[in-house]
Design a protein around this ligand. Structure first.
Ligand code: PMP
Length: 401
């Protein structure tokens, strides 16, 4: 059993906001003290650049930064050369789309889905427009899932790219990505996985899944904003042209020629996100100190408890009762989600309202927007109770007019 009161001591925001019912971790998690301390240490005791200086402080900063890369690599079962620090999931996914664009020809097919966050969909939509390649959508199952069979129905000899989500940020469904990747590779297609919602909640083993590229963000897993990770298979990365050119990525430069370092440095032009990478490594150590098994058991129990309570409330539509991640997407019938979210805030309950940067999901559900409550390890049963009673109060208030 997770001792949440102990866990909350690790999250300083609860000391400042003791009444907070935070149910928006799918947007961004709260931040853990060891991460803040680690970033503080970098700025207070080091503060210098990495890879460049020939002095003690620079060696120490470089050691911490490169150690962070090793920590991230081990966390997802990759090699350290396969880890590129980016600004977040969005910049990682845009980088891959731009880098692969020159290989696509009119008639080539890019498989995606209506479950995508805009940062997984829009880069490929733009690549399709520029190259004449075709965006092909996996037909979703009735409840809105990507299934292996539905994927098979759109996989063709023209498929070059499969760019899909691992876990939907709205529906919380887990994609059967290992089987999909095996099929995609039979057609020599490249598989790019948006793992922004999976990496904070489950063990992700890139070698086992077999995917070619994967992206995630630090801020959804107790780490800092402004840092994310692009994983890519080493031999694939070394074939990619850098996206940005500048300091520390070049090998040999003459007046009209330049050669590039090997991955990962060839993709980290300029001063990298030093404090972000170091902070992310601290976040990973924190997750590992608790373990995904306990995190999952705890959040799954809260998720199930809240679902059962919410199902008993009249006038609520729940869109994803079978979600794999601890995410509940719902509406209060006849009331705009933003009104409900604003009312919940008066009870210090934080949820998300809107289309969650995934407008095709709203369209699939046939609504303009939804409410979303999402859980993580610092939530407890009281949060679930306060949440449901606030929903009832908000519903009664708005329907009383
Ligand atoms: N993909 C998914 C599934 C997400 O949930 C998010 C964040 N909402 C992103 C991509 C984008 O992540 P970031 O804003 O950190 O780049």
């Amino acid at each position: 059993m997770m001792d949440v009161s102990k866990i909350r001591l690790d999250f300083p925001v609860y000391q400042k906001q003791p009444k907070l019912t935070y149910l928006d971790s799918a947007a961004s998690s709260l931040k853990v003290k060891s991460v803040i301390d680690q970033i503080d240490h970098y700025y207070m005791s080091l503060g210098v650049n990495v890879h460049r200086g020939a002095y003690d402080l620079a060696y120490e900063a470089t050691r911490l930064f490169e150690e962070a890369r090793v920590t991230v690599a081990k966390f997802i079962h990759a090699n350290e050369e396969e880890i590129i620090f980016t600004r977040g999931t969005t910049s990682a996914l845009n980088f891959v789309a731009n880098a692969l664009r020159d290989r696509l020809r009119p008639g080539d097919e890019i498989i995606t889905s209506e479950l995508e966050h805009h940062s997984s969909l829009l880069p490929w939509m733009m690549v399709a427009k520029k190259t004449g390649a075709k965006l092909v959508y996996i037909p979703l199952s009735k409840e809105g899932r990507i299934t292996v069979d539905n994927f098979k129905s759109v996989l063709t000899d023209q498929t070059r790219v499969v760019a899909i989500t691992h876990v939907s940020n709205v529906m919380g469904y887990l994609t059967p990505i290992k089987a999909i990747t095996e099929l995609a590779h039979q057609k020599q297609a490249t598989v790019i996985l948006d793992a922004a919602q999976s990496v904070p909640h489950m063990e992700v083993d890139v070698k086992d899944l077999g995917i070619d590229y994967l992206a995630f963000s630090g801020h959804k897993m107790f780490g800092p904003s402004g840092v994310g990770v692009l994983y890519g298979k080493k031999d694939l990365l070394n074939q990619l042209e850098p996206f940005e050119y500048g300091g520390e990525m070049a090998d040999e430069v003459s007046k009209d020629q330049a050669t590039w370092k090997d991955t990962p440095l060839r993709f980290e032009a300029g001063t990298p996100v030093i404090s972000g990478a170091i902070g992310l490594a601290a976040a990973i150590r924190y997750i590992e100190s608790i373990g995904f098994k306990d995190i999952h058991e705890h959040t799954a129990a809260l998720h199930q408890y809240t679902l059962e309570k919410l199902k008993k409330v009249e006038g609520i539509t729940i869109y994803n009762p079978t979600a794999d991640n601890p995410v509940i997407t719902f509406n209060v019938d006849g009331v705009h989600p933003h009104d409900i979210a604003t009312m919940l805030d008066t009870y210090k309950v934080s949820v998300r309202a809107g289309h969650h940067c995934a407008q095709l999901v709203s369209k699939f559900l046939g609504v303009n927007s939804t409410l979303r409550a999402s859980f993580h390890l610092y939530n407890d049963i009281t949060d679930c109770d306060v949440f449901v009673s606030s929903i009832v109060a908000a519903r009664d208030f708005f329907l009383s007019f």
